[in-house]
Design a protein around this ligand. Structure first.
Ligand SMILES: [Zn+2]
Length: 237
């Protein structure tokens, strides 16, 4: 392999390294993991809210149940007095009946309230179960994706290391001035400094090369540049 051919090979390796670095940065699985992590954080937030609401509802339920107990005792004590023959004054009896009615209405409302709270508790408990199983499913999925990502990173990194090693080896057989020229040209031309000759066309700008240039470039033993784009030409059989 001549220096020019080695240089073309080195350019291919540089392109490969850039592609591998891009692949490493833009692994599709990374995006999938991000989406999954966002979903998980939303679910965990929902779980925390539902748990808070559940605690609140249970407290309310307990409170209402105490109120019902209290009111039941009051009702029973008024009833005992009223129906136990202890009160004979008609105005007092009337007054007690009115109070009894009011307490019964309040008790009825409290009992309806408790039923409402119990339904809410049930709905929250079922939501918590659902959210928890959703979280478990997503966590399993996340574990699998993380494993996939790590494997892909290991695989690409190994390829990158190989390419870098191979580049070092090639660089050692190319003269420093030629490497410097290549690197400068590559910088100006989007990483594409060495153009293979295809037919009689420059592989870089696709312009037809004069036959004198092709003849000069054919042995690949000197730097011959395309007159149009300035790239170093490399003859390929
Ligand atoms: Zn050209």
């Amino acid at each position: 392999m001549t220096e020019i051919q080695s240089l073309l090979k080195l350019q291919e390796l540089d392109m490969k390294c850039r592609d591998l670095e891009t692949a490493l940065r833009e692994l599709p699985v990374r995006r999938q993991i991000d989406v999954l992590e966002e979903d998980l954080s939303t679910l965990r937030e929902r779980l925390s809210c539902a748990n808070q609401e559940l605690n609140q509802a249970r407290k309310e339920q307990k409170h209402e149940e105490w109120e019902i107990k209290d009111i039941t005792m009051t009702i029973s004590s008024i009833s005992q007095k009223l129906y136990g023959g202890l009160v004979s004054n008609p105005r007092e009896i009337e007054n007690m009946r009115t109070r009894l009615d009011t307490f019964e209405v309040t008790k009825g409302k409290l009992e309806d309230g408790v039923i409402g709270i119990m339904e809410k508790v049930e709905a929250l408990e079922s939501e918590i179960t659902d959210v928890n199983s959703g979280i478990s499913r997503k966590e399993i999925e996340l574990g699998k994706l993380t494993q996939k990502r790590d494997l892909e990173i290991t695989d690409i990194s190994a390829k990158l290391t190989d390419a870098i090693e191979e580049r070092k080896r090639l660089q050692s057989v190319i003269s420093d001035p030629l490497i410097r020229k290549y690197e400068q040209l590559a910088q100006d031309r989007g990483g594409f400094a060495v153009a293979p000759i295809r037919g009689n066309l420059c592989g870089g700008c696709h312009v037809a090369l004069p036959s004198s240039i092709v003849i000069l470039a054919k042995p690949n033993d000197r730097i011959v540049r395309c007159e149009n784009c300035g790239r170093i030409l490399c003859w390929q059989e």
